[in-house]
Design a protein around this ligand. Structure first.
Ligand code: KMH
Ligand code: ZN
Length: 296
């Protein structure tokens, strides 16, 4: 018996940044990245700080949430050109967005896209994800080869994800990765106990990241690392860096996530390793010299 016989945790930590979201208004949060230029610049800084995936919500010319496919195509192209991040489009959009638009945004052909696995109360609203819609979204991702990230806001969503996998088979790339979105009023609380319960219910080979909204950001990040999970951070979920201190920008949150990951002995994964883990196609069009590992 050696003290080193304990199960080996994953070697690195996948850091996803969710820089914009659909819930905050630019008028209230002036440093929120909403234009394409702001999004790309923020993404570049977050990549340099340790992010490997960018979860993208789009805004129109008036900074309002949009699922317009042309806007999405431009964002996917610009992010691919100027970063090596895995580009994950949101299909959740804003509460109340029509189902057709939430599916059609996949025509922008991102590397990956979110797929929420059930309906949930969302503050004073309801974020509706009917079972037939989940099936439609998942099947379209399978057709297009877009890798899903299953968004789980509640314990019942874990069952929704398992039901999708049972009925439709594995996702493109073959690997199941989900994100526990915790602390939304109406969803599961952002506590270590809730995280442990959700993780215990995941399919055996699945990996997970977790994000805690608002003041649950740090406890959830620490619990996720302790449970062998990965991290999502960003201004979609957190606008306060510490009590009474507003977030400076998304890279500040990524830097802190990378520090926590390093302290946990599982430093931030490179974009190449993130692709391998998630089953996302490697960038064949990008010369090796342009990947993050090779940049000065
Ligand atoms: N904005 C929320 C209603 C996702 O991106 O897929 C949904 C959301 C989930 O953010
Ligand atoms: Zn989102």
């Amino acid at each position: 018996m050696s003290w080193d016989d304990a199960p080996v945790p994953p070697a690195g930590t996948l850091i996803t940044v969710a820089p914009t979201g659909a819930e905050s208004a630019k008028a209230d949060v002036p440093n929120l990245p909403v234009t394409l230029a702001e999004l790309v610049e923020e993404a570049r800084r977050c990549e340099a700080a340790g992010a490997a995936v960018v979860h993208v919500h789009l805004r129109d010319a008036d900074a309002r949430p949009t699922l317009d496919v042309a806007v999405a195509r431009d964002a996917v192209a610009a992010l691919r050109e100027q970063t090596d991040l895995v580009v994950q489009l949101s299909t959740g959009g804003a509460v109340g967005d029509p189902e057709d638009a939430r599916v059609e945004v996949l025509d922008a052909l991102p590397d990956a896209a979110s797929l929420t696995c059930g309906t949930v109360n969302f503050g004073s609203d309801v974020f509706v994800n009917r079972w037939p819609f989940m099936l439609r979204l998942y099947r379209r991702m399978q057709e297009l080869g877009v890798v899903p990230e299953f968004e789980l806001f509640d314990l019942g969503h874990v069952a929704g994800m398992s039901r999708l996998l049972d009925e439709c088979g594995p996702p493109p790339g073959g690997h199941v990765h989900c994100d526990l979105v915790m602390g939304v009023p109406g969803g599961m609380p952002g506590t270590a106990a809730a995280l442990v319960s959700a993780v215990a219910a995941l399919p055996p080979a699945a990996t997970f990241s977790a994000t805690g909204v608002g003041r649950t950001a740090l406890p959830v990040a620490l619990a996720a690392l302790a449970a062998g999970g990965h991290l999502r951070v960003g201004m979609e979920d957190t606008l306060t860096f510490a009590r009474g201190v507003p977030v400076r920008d998304n890279s500040q949150l990524v830097e802190r996530a990378a520090q926590l990951a390093a302290l946990a002995g599982r430093p931030a994964l490179s974009t190449t390793d993130a692709r391998a883990m998630l089953g996302v196609r490697q960038r064949t069009a990008v010369p090796a010299a342009a990947t993050r590992e090779d940049r000065p």
